[in-house]
Design a protein around this ligand. Structure first.
Ligand code: HEC
Length: 159
């Protein structure tokens, strides 16, 4: 009798652990998807703020400090996203069909995707360096370079 109770308890805990594992894996992917999408959106806001201010031609020594902060944010965002921890295999299509625009090519062409991420890190690094130097023309070129990195990656790896 006691034997049987222990046996049942073991089976129950194995079943429970199995179920919890599946739920945990899904939750983990939901988290990374939300995190990388939020980081992308933040970079879009910062880049948009920079673009608008630089186009308006009203960058003054006073506003350049704030713009430099936005340039830093864009760079920090891509440094964070170039860590492949935010892109685990199975966290995009086809395994996850809703809530993500991450295409299967991210994993079937992993080297190409990593190169696109590294390209965005480099482009945003130039933008940040121009911001650090207070070089408004350099920042304009930097924003354009970052935008090119956004679109070329989206064309291949975002649905
Ligand atoms: C290395 C590739 C890559 C680069 C570079 C990149 N993105 Fe993305 N972006 C993606 C992928 C892939 C997704 C989809 C992520 C998901 O849904 O899980 C995405 C999602 C987004 C989203 C989320 C909302 C939506 O509609 O998908 C925004 C906003 C966005 N990117 C803006 C930008 C901006 C702005 C830049 C440049 C400053 C940029 N991205 C650079 C690959 C990239």
């Amino acid at each position: 009798m006691a034997h049987r109770t222990v046996f049942t308890a073991v089976i129950a805990s194995v079943l429970f652990a199995g179920t919890a594992g599946v739920v945990f894996a899904q939750a983990t992917h939901d988290e990374v998807i939300a995190k990388r999408r939020a980081t992308m959106t933040a970079s879009m806001r910062s880049n948009g703020t920079l673009n608008a201010a630089l186009k308006a031609g009203n960058a003054t020594p006073e506003t350049i400090a704030a713009l430099k902060g936005e340039a830093d944010k864009v760079h920090t965002a891509f440094v964070a996203m170039s860590d492949m921890a935010l892109w685990p295999k199975g966290s995009g299509q086809p395994e996850v069909s809703t809530g993500t625009k991450a295409k299967a090519e991210i994993w079937t062409d992993a080297a190409g995707f990593k190169a696109a991420l590294d390209g965005a890190v480099a482009a945003s690094g130039k933008l940040k360096a121009a911001g650090d130097a207070g070089d408004v023309e350099g920042m304009k070129a930097g924003v354009a370079g970052v935008q090119a990195a956004c679109s070329s990656c989206h064309a291949k790896y975002r649905s």
